[in-house]
Write a protein that binds this ligand. Sequence first.
Ligand SMILES: Nc1nc2c(ncn2[C@@H]2O[C@H](COP(=O)(O)OP(=O)(O)OP(=O)(O)O)[C@@H](O)[C@H]2O)c(=O)[nH]1
Ligand SMILES: [Mg+2]
Length: 499
Amino acid sequence: MKRKKQNLPLGNFDFLKIDIFDHPLRKENYQLRYAYLLTLYDSVINLVDNKPIFLEYFNVYLLSFKISDAHIEKIMNESRSKSEYLKNLRHSTRNQWHWPGLLKLPRENYKYALWADALFILFFCKDILFEQEIMDLGQEIGINSLQISIINSFCSNLYKDAIDTAEIDFQNACYYDKQAKHIRFLLRRVASKIENNKRKNFKVAVVATMSAGKTTFINYLVGYNLLPFSNQACTSKTTSITDNDFLNHIIGRYTLNNGQIEYAGVINEDRATQWNQNQDIVSVDIECDILGIKNDKMAIVLYDTPGTNYSLDQHHGEITYDLLDNIELELILYLINATNILTDDDAFLLNKVLLTLHDNPRTRVLFLLNKVDEFDTEGDDNISDTITNASADLERLGYSHPNIIPVSAYAAKLFRMALKERELTKKEMSDFELFFKLFSQEAYDLTQYALMDYEVTKPNQDKNFNVLINNREYKSEKIAEVLWRTGLPLIETYLDYLV
Ligand SMILES: Nc1nc2c(ncn2[C@@H]2O[C@H](COP(=O)(O)OP(=O)(O)OP(=O)(O)O)[C@@H](O)[C@H]2O)c(=O)[nH]1
Ligand SMILES: [Mg+2]
């Protein structure tokens, strides 16, 4: 018997949104995790029709199970004999006894987890499901036909997002054998995904002329250098980043100029850079947990855009204007480069933004005067006067009572990376030291210069710990204090307030 599935979401982004980090095998020893994944891979690889999306999904398993590169290569490349497959299959589906001291804990058996894992993959990555394939796989693992039909129904309901019916299947499966408890992770994953997809999007575009620090600002929010940045024209396409509190990994997709969409299960800096450089890619969408944004009422979507005044490629500007014209934005964050304030190119872009605001009266705009760390306040530069003048200029251009916050996105990013104990390069470490000194001065508490119609409350400190940078220890509460002074956390509290 064969069943054709309805509305097959081949390559569906939702499939990759499903988190793996609460998988029951993650607490088991390395040998078992490795045997389990090897068996899972071998069990489905010849059955899946959409191999690319399966491999992307499987990448998330490899990452969350902390499988070594050598073993990943082994899983992916080596053609295995049937006997080796069976050896791993037996290892991953036999009873596991835990002996902590004299106390004997109950046994664990992951055959149901393995079976449900494989079946779930087939539901998403196969055009037509043959019952026989499912039966063979289940029987090989030693699952009886009653449980096979219950778990089949469980996965089918999860595939259709019928979470309540899947819950009943789950209870049933556990009634017949309590080891079926291990398939609960799939239920939780789909429930989280459904909950997250219910949230409405709150769309925020980050726009500016070239090199104003848009990408640096977004990387600050994400907590590390995910997107490529440079002091030359860098961002070449729109990249959206959607906050998803349920994800422990970063997923992405890109759209090619022929309309085709490709998906990725695990995104890192290298991949984001490759995508930005690939001229066949029109736009990129990323989804991850944006640590700086706690809000769970709506999902914040940030749009990184190309600088609008790149003389060698006019297209950069058009991409940004297109976004302003075609996406209903809740907020536009306009970065003004403090080292080159309100140029003609700014006037042009500000005019475009005004038209957008005119067409969408609900859209707000917030100005960030970035790179204020480069001011020579002992010389001619004065932060307070600069804000007053910028405000007057913006009023003249048609913005009444503009909200302006002076900030340093670069300093904030380094402080946040230090607090998250992310690795810094040598250059970043020495910049960190300079910025730490700079923002320790009261005069560099940029929050005092902010022009805002919103009352800001400083967030509470997290618990204190020491951070080592260039062989020097810094107290985390001190770093949090200088971070606050860069003005960037103000924007996070503002976003929290708006959402
Ligand atoms: N001093 C200082 N440098 C900054 C700051 N923010 C960004 N930069 C630097 O400015 C350069 C440009 O930053 P990006 O984040 O790539 O700027 P962008 O606006 O995304 O640039 P495009 O994508 O090319 O339009 C990089 O060298 C950053 O390190 C800041 O607050 N202070
Ligand atoms: Mg950029």
